[in-house]
Design a protein around this ligand. Structure first.
Ligand SMILES: NC(=O)c1ccc[n+]([C@@H]2O[C@H](COP(=O)([O-])OP(=O)(O)OC[C@H]3O[C@@H](n4cnc5c(N)ncnc54)[C@H](OP(=O)(O)O)[C@@H]3O)[C@@H](O)[C@H]2O)c1
Length: 333
């Protein structure tokens, strides 16, 4: 309850994430029974920055809790683009690895195209490859960027009316803002996308029934910029002092809007859970491809012997994630 007796509904991510993960856990167990090995997620980390390490630990914990195997490929911050490219090519070719994510941000000198030019779209479970981005645009099935998907999934699973609503997305990055706008459009909202050149951000926001904010600017959106009764999804994750805060000033927004996602505890947990659903989908499709290929089983066996050697040839430190993060045991078929 807020000062004026207005009660905001907090759209927590945990219950939605729990539901998604329970279903993945059951399906991973069935996958392991059927195929005799665990689906594997590879996480590539170039250098170490604090927010990445936190995110990574969360992903690895989630993997372990669901029976998914994790492989951490770590390289120093000074690693070259060629070295990163080689590591991704090795993971593309590894039949044990179903999904690959590369932890962002990359060091400034390494362009994102180093990853998007080579990553196998079938293993691109966070939807960064242009092929998956294009599939989203034209409405074909592909891997969606999980954060954008999480923002919309929270709305859908919370029973928020999206069709016919006026939605404003603040931010136009390829991994959050643009795909969130496309997903809202797919759900039949009328969508406006704002960015730093938008002339009247507050005026635009005041017309919105649904607001999704992914700007990376703490407290950018305040209650005075919102329409009474608006529903707000705060995607922002900003470290301010020793706290994690969103892009929305939650105290003033809660006075005005009807529903709001908390930070932390809103979009983040759903993002992780969705990533696991994507991994399982990729693993299932990969197992199907392997089964259709002559000598699928020997390929897996060979990979068990050669996986480490191939990565070592690419010059990378490849470990079961539990050696590094204390969170997850790598399983081998
Ligand atoms: N919850 C999760 O799981 C999750 C996952 C990924 C990211 N995030 C968080 O989401 C936020 C956005 O991430 P991102 O990768 O999309 O960031 P990004 O690539 O930096 O993009 C930020 C976008 O916000 C716009 N913007 C910045 N300041 C603005 C302002 N004052 N007014 C209007 N628009 C403004 C930028 O406009 P221009 O295009 O004009 O520069 C840009 O389009 C970050 O806080 C990030 O940490 C959360």
């Amino acid at each position: 309850m807020t000062r004026r007796g207005h009660e905001v509904r907090w759209l927590a991510g945990a219950p939605i994430a729990a539901e998604l993960k329970a279903s993945v856990k059951t399906d991973v167990a069935a996958f392991r029974r059927r195929h005799g090995y665990a689906p594997t997620l590879a996480v590539v980390l170039v250098g170490r920055d604090a927010p990445s390490a936190v995110y990574l630990r969360q992903i690895l914990r989630t993997c372990r809790s669901l029976g998914i195997s994790g492989r951490l490929v770590e390289m120093p911050g000074r690693a070259s683009a060629a070295r990163l490219r080689n590591a991704i090519v090795a993971l593309n070719e590894d039949p044990l690895v179903a999904g690959v994510i590369v932890q962002m941000p990359l060091p400034r000198r390494i362009p994102l195209t180093t990853v998007t030019d080579v990553l196998d779209p079938a293993k691109d479970i966070d939807g960064i490859h242009p092929l998956n981005a294009g599939r989203l645009v034209v409405g074909y099935e592909g891997f969606l960027p999980t954060t954008a998907q999480a923002a919309v999934e929270i709305l859908r699973r919370s029973g928020i009316q999206i069709a016919g609503s006026r939605a404003v997305v603040v931010g136009r990055s390829n991994i959050v803002g643009k795909p969130a706008a496309l997903l809202l459009l797919r759900e039949n909202a009328t969508v406006t996308v704002c960015h730093r050149q938008t002339r009247d951000l507050a005026g635009t926001l005041r017309a919105a029934d649904i607001v999704v904010v992914a700007a990376g600017r703490p407290g950018l959106i305040t209650g005075s910029m919102l329409k009474r009764g608006a529903v707000v999804v705060d995607v922002g994750i900003n470290v301010v002092g020793d706290k994690i805060v969103g892009d929305v000033d939650a105290a003033s927004a809660a006075e005005v809007c009807s529903a709001l996602t908390p930070v932390p505890g809103g979009v983040g947990p759903v993002t992780n859970a969705l990533l696991m659903t994507h991994l399982l989908r990729a693993a299932t499709a990969q197992a199907r491809r392997e089964a259709g290929r002559e000598g699928g089983a020997p390929r897996r066996a060979a990979s068990r012997r050669e996986g480490g050697a191939r990565a070592a040839a690419a010059g990378e430190a490849v470990r079961a994630a539990d050696e590094t993060a204390g969170t997850m045991a790598a399983s081998r078929p």
